[in-house]
Write a protein that binds this ligand. Structure first.
Ligand code: ATP
Ligand code: MG
Length: 600
């Protein structure tokens, strides 16, 4: 492609709304244009990158035996009602765009395709002989994200590869899951990304085991905790660890003490001269289930620990059926306004004890009892300090089974932290890194097949629900993540495998016919052997052309400048900034060899 004929507009300044380097660079270098919040146009250079990423994804998927298809983006609401996710996705999370058609039928723009694929499977899979089966597609997804930002990283319209596998049993599912683990690792490696596979929370998709693929970068929205021995890595949402040991309590008898102005653990520990590890902290949450029932949750946890809201959310989801509900639609620490709706009298905030009476709850749509959880860290404590249910007072020397009844629901809902010891090997401590989640693979089990009646007939002639897995990778997010991992002060440095072009021939002075002729010749020859090459034949200053070539991040620049007097051209490698002269007739073979070495 000739730059003189291409839509090629680079900007000198960073766009005002861009916060992270990759977003700034992709806009400045003319790869993307913002059309609306979380909505971008992929300009020709970006589209080439996206197609290359897609092709790598496709090759790795095909190599596992998965088959490509294309499912509709418009999805009838009925399917989502069958799976039980319509309300969660349109109201609770509100992530799904929905609309009403001229026949007053509800439709949604697909944020994901479990419902559609399960319908396809229900209609087409009859027998165990058709299994296992794995279908995938590469397609634009729509999600009404709360905070679209960072360009393509969190868009409201983005490209995803989503695959769904069907099995007779968990063993077969595990095999495909393992194949996907390998395929995803291959894709990321081939795209030139530094990544880590981590244990993950399964979130609203549901199911059991799941792994996220994190591209390591400071701008990542996720925190990964890992050990240096490489044996443990998990998203902080899911991570488990051993907390530091608690300090033994200095109190030997139970008493109530006046502790004015000690609403926080820090102030309390200062006044009592105790360690936060001796304190039982009581945190109040308000959960809203999809049937409108509000449940007040009281969590007892050790004073130095924090509640992990994802883990809490999962515990509450497990209990949904006890409240005749399917799912959670909201979870918050209730503010004053929220409290005023259900509190029968002012709460002793900052001084709550584990036995806070249910009398504080007025009733109405609020369940009349606190749902009481105790985190494992608080269970072992002896002679602990905790609130007295009275403003300005705490109790010390308290014990479970004496002054306070231990809640029946003992759970792990603490947030693992950097520096904690690893569960499997306490000699290893957890380190922390930021990551961009680019892929997520799940073992779904039969959640959707059961809800939607997708069954097959087993070898024994029994009708059974299909066992499912699902596997997603963000194609557009991954392309931008590559930039986030690879740039310098002059611009993008594309990994060769996903660069829009491998090389750019820059003519310093297009009025110089010799420069022009040699450049044209090289441009033709390089493209002919499959080295994707741009020709900068614009009538710009040489300096501006070099700057642009660096900004857009093309791996090899070939300059038909002064060296041509000696039958040579200059080659500049974008990544290392190394430059050298080579004979004009060696250019094609030299680059071909370099490129082949890297791509194979
Ligand atoms: P996140 O936690 O970042 O919102 P998710 O858990 O919602 O991601 P999945 O539903 O597992 O993501 O989707 C699969 C992949 O699609 C993700 O790993 C990510 O790469 C990509 N993806 C998800 N949401 C977006 C988005 N808003 N913009 C761009 N890519 C996205
Ligand atoms: Mg999401």
């Amino acid at each position: 492609m000739r730059l003189s004929q291409m839509l090629f507009v680079t900007l000198r300044d960073d766009p005002a709304d861009a916060e992270i380097p990759s977003h700034k660079l992709l806009v400045r270098a003319g790869y993307i244009r913002r059309i609306g919040s979380g909505i971008y146009a992929y300009l020709p250079l970006m589209w080439r990158v996206l197609q290359k990423v897609s092709q790598i994804v496709r090759e790795e998927m095909n190599a596992t035996g998965a088959q490509e298809c294309l499912l509709p983006q418009l999805q009838p609401a009925d399917l989502w009602k069958e799976s039980g996710r319509w309300d969660t996705y349109t109201k609770a999370e509100g992530i799904m765009f929905s609309l009403t058609d001229r026949r007053e039928q509800n439709l949604a723009l697909g944020p994901t395709h479990e419902e559609v694929i399960t319908t396809v499977a229900r209609d087409t899979i009859r027998s165990y002989r058709q299994l296992p089966l794995h279908l995938y597609q590469i397609q634009t997804k729509f999600r009404d994200e709360i905070r679209p930002r960072f360009g393509l990283m969190r868009g409201r319209e983005f490209i995803m590869k989503d695959g769904y596998s069907f099995h007779t049993d968990t063993e077969s599912l595990k095999k495909t899951y393992q194949d996907m683990y390998q395929a995803y690792s291959n894709m990321l490696r081939r795209c030139g990304l530094q990544f880590r596979a981590v244990e993950a929370d399964s979130g609203a998709i549901g199911g059991s085991g799941s792994t996220e693929f994190m591209v390591l970068a400071e701008a990542g929205e996720d925190e990964v905790l890992y050990t240096d021995d490489g044996k443990y890595a998990a998203n902080v949402e899911k991570a488990v660890s051993l907390p530091p040991d608690a300090t033994a309590s200095t109190y030997t008898s139970y008493q109530k003490l006046e502790t004015p102005n000690t609403e926080t653990i820090e102030k309390l520990c200062q006044i009592l001269e105790c360690s936060p590890t001796q304190v039982v902290k009581n945190v109040l949450y308000q959960a809203v289930y999809d049937n409108g029932i509000i449940v007040l949750v009281l969590v007892n946890i050790r004073g130095d620990q924090d509640v992990n809201e994802v883990k809490l959310y999962n515990e509450l989801t497990k209990l949904a059926s006890t409240y005749d509900a399917n799912s959670i639609v909201g979870l918050d620490v209730p503010n004053v306004e929220a409290q005023s709706k259900w509190a029968a009298k002012p709460l002793p905030l900052g001084y709550i004890a584990p036995d806070l009476s249910d009398d504080y709850i007025k009733g109405g749509s609020v369940d009349s009892k606190f749902l009481r959880f105790v985190d494992k860290t608080a269970v072992e404590l002896k002679n602990f300090v905790t609130g007295a249910n009275e403003s300005g007072y705490h109790v010390v020397g308290a014990n479970w089974g004496e002054q306070f009844q231990l809640p029946e629901l003992v759970v792990d809902i603490r947030t693992a932290k950097i520096g904690d010891r690893a569960v499997e090997n306490p000699e290893q401590t957890l380190k922390s890194a930021r990551g961009i989640e680019v892929g997520h693979i799940f073992q779904l089990g039969s959640k959707y097949s059961q809800a939607m009646g997708a069954t097959y007939t087993s070898e024994q002639g029994k009708e059974q629900p299909l066992v499912m897995g699902c596997y997603g990778v963000g194609v557009s997010r991954m392309a931008q993540a590559a930039v986030e991992q690879s740039y310098d002060e002059n611009g993008i440095i594309w990994p060769l495998a996903i660069a829009p072009y491998h090389a750019i021939v820059t003519i310093p002075n297009i009025k110089d016919t010799q420069q022009l002729e040699i450049a044209e010749k090289l441009y033709g020859e390089l493209n002919k052997v499959g080295i994707e090459t741009l020709l900068d034949d614009r009538s710009e200053r040489a300096g501006a052309k070099f700057k642009d070539a660096e900004l857009i991040g093309i791996p090899y620049r070939i300059v038909t400048g002064r060296a041509i007097a000696n039958g040579k051209v200059e080659i500049v490698e974008r990544k290392t900034n190394e430059s050298y002269e080579i004979a004009i007739d060696q250019v094609v073979s030299t680059l071909q060899q370099k490129i082949d070495n890297q791509l194979n």
